[in-house]
Design a binder for this molecule. Structure first.
Ligand SMILES: NC(=O)C1=CN([C@@H]2O[C@H](COP(=O)(O)OP(=O)(O)OC[C@H]3O[C@@H](n4cnc5c(N)ncnc54)[C@H](O)[C@@H]3O)[C@@H](O)[C@H]2O)[C@H](O)CC1
Ligand SMILES: [K+]
Length: 490
């Protein structure tokens, strides 16, 4: 499953038509399915459909026809000048005897629900004048709004603030990234019968879905023993940062690691989980770290000033490695990229900002670009740029194309201390279980977010997320994990 830009969706639309699929069928499915979704949540209200003159408006006209056909009270307000499929949709509506009012005649009506079919992926530039005012009036009316494909006006200001958005054929960037995502309200996806071949575009980021992530889950054999399912070495801790390596160890165990060893400075009061092997060290060097027999390493959590030294010492172990927090320095990243070892870096926007020399605000605004730039700078390293949502990027060595992925799990309550340490442990366990760096990073990020989604309450703590990981793994394995866009009807 891919994450689209408006332009990529227009190309998919064109591809479907080139494949011989009639575009009017897409519009009919779009309108009909949106109408169904509206009824699921707002039955009993009078339905007011506001249509622009493009195909988004055409979808609205189709929705109005079906809603009237099913016996609901519908009022239609539309811009003038429909062409092509939208003109056909208008013709079909008139054939059903419905009246079309001018858009300028719309006034908020009590107990109505507004279907926003003004603009979709065809918007070029911010709304002004009449449309800007209309959008503001809709927002101020306080009426519930269902947006067709996306809230009209996005990605610019002003835009509709919807209660529900029915994304058509695929999710677009606006449905995933903040602040635009907030304007969408609840987001549902309908495939509208688009031929899968039209949607297939390997150059777009992968959207991590339950079905794809489920296929990556390691299988624990019947004769498993603690040495066969993945041994993780956690390397970190410094002065007052004593919790970080312990949280990573917990994350690793709760994801299925067979044995976790925690290496930490001997003068540092780290208290690893009871089940972990303790390795207090007076010096970070490879020989010391070799005392732990590890299949994968997670290094840098709370390592403070020792982060670079610890990571360079861990490189000598020649094991798949997660580089986190204080290990995230240019020297370390260069060395790991050159080593060719399967390695993953997990910067948050602040750390990415230090590596890229950009402000954290710029990173948060352009996460896809930031992750891609890091992946191109350090070929072979899998980049996990943490955020809402987390973005992944990887340039396989010897290639020029960067693979991208965007996570679909997680929530803002996860923005608390120690959450990243747990993630490093989760990914470490998956590496130790034998997954490739790209698979371990994608599945790790997905599971960590899914665990966080079990409880979306304020005050969520990192160790609580770690404790919920087994439930998340089980949910994913059993097929009961749900994608937030709730695919339905097909
Ligand atoms: N995903 C699919 O394959 C399908 C999507 N459908 C729907 O079609 C819209 C996109 O339709 P399109 O006609 O390309 O664009 P819009 O309706 O969003 O708007 C075009 C309309 O707006 C005018 N316009 C553009 N910018 C501005 C502006 N800044 N101010 C004022 N007016 C503007 C432009 O001139 C056009 O008249 C997609 O979102 C789906 O809802 C299909 O129905 C099914 C297949
Ligand atoms: K819309």
């Amino acid at each position: 499953m891919r994450l689209f830009t408006a332009q990529a969706m227009r190309e998919a639309d064109r591809k479907a038509i080139d494949l011989g699929y009639p575009s009017l069928l897409l519009m009919d499915a779009a309108g009909r399915r949106t109408a169904k979704r509206l009824l699921e949540r707002f039955a009993g209200r009078k339905i007011v459909v506001l249509c622009g003159k493009g195909n988004n408006g055409g979808d609205g006209l189709v929705a109005a026809r079906w809603l009237a056909h099913w016996g609901h009270e519908v009022a239609v307000y539309a811009a003038e000048g429909q062409e092509g499929d939208a003109a056909m949709a208008q013709q079909a509506l008139r054939a059903h005897g419905l009246e079309i009012n001018p858009l300028s005649a719309w006034k908020p009506q009590p107990h109505s629900v507004v279907l926003d079919a003004l603009f979709g992926t065809g918007l070029r530039g911010p709304l002004e004048g009449f449309y800007a005012e209309l959008v503001e009036n809709i927002n101020q009316s306080g009426l519930p709004v269902v947006a067709v494909d996306m809230p009209s006006g996005l990605p610019y200001q002003p835009h509709i603030r919807a209660n529900l958005t029915v994304a058509l054929a695929g999710l677009k960037n606006e449905h995933l990234f903040y602040p635009h995502r907030t304007a969408c309200g609840r987001i549902l996806l309908d495939s509208i019968g688009m031929p899968p071949r039209a949607l297939d575009n390997p150059h777009l980021p992968e959207l991590l879905s339950s079905a794809n992530m489920r296929a990556l889950l390691p299988i624990r054999p019947g004769n498993a023993h603690k040495g066969s399912v993945g041994r993780v070495l956690v390397v970190g801790g410094y002065r007052s940062y004593t919790g970080a390596p312990s949280l990573a160890a917990l994350g690793a165990y709760r994801t299925g690691a067979g044995l976790v060893t925690v290496a930490y400075p001997a003068d540092c009061d780290v208290v690893p989980p009871l089940e972990a092997v303790r390795l207090p060290l007076f010096e970070w060097n490879t020989a010391n770290l070799q005392m732990a027999r590890a299949d994968a390493v997670a290094v840098g959590m709370g390592a403070g000033e020792g982060g670079v030294e610890a990571a360079l010492a861990a490189l000598g172990l020649a094991r798949p490695t997660v580089l986190d927090a204080d290990a995230l320095h240019e020297r370390v990243l260069r060395a790991y990229a050159q080593s060719g070892l399967p390695s993953i870096i997990t910067p948050h926007p602040g750390e990415a900002s230090r590596l890229l020399g950009l402000s954290a605000e710029q990173i948060a605004r352009f996460p896809l670009e930031a992750a891609q730039t890091l992946a191109q700078r350090y070929p072979g390293l899998v980049v996990v740029l943490k955020g809402g949502p987390t973005v992944l990027a990887w340039t396989p060595p010897g290639t020029s194309e960067t693979r991208m992925a965007v996570n679909s799990t997680g929530n803002p309550q996860m923005a608390t201390g120690g959450m990243g340490d747990v993630l490093a442990g989760v990914i470490g366990a998956l590496l130790a279980a034998g997954l490739s760096a790209w698979d371990a990073a994608r599945l790790g990020v997905y599971l960590h977010g899914l665990a966080g989604d079990q409880s979306q309450k304020p005050g969520l703590l990192a160790h609580e997320v770690a404790e919920t990981l087994p439930e998340a793994v089980e949910q994913l394995r059993s097929g009961s994990a749900r994608d937030f866009w709730e695919p339905g009807y097909d």
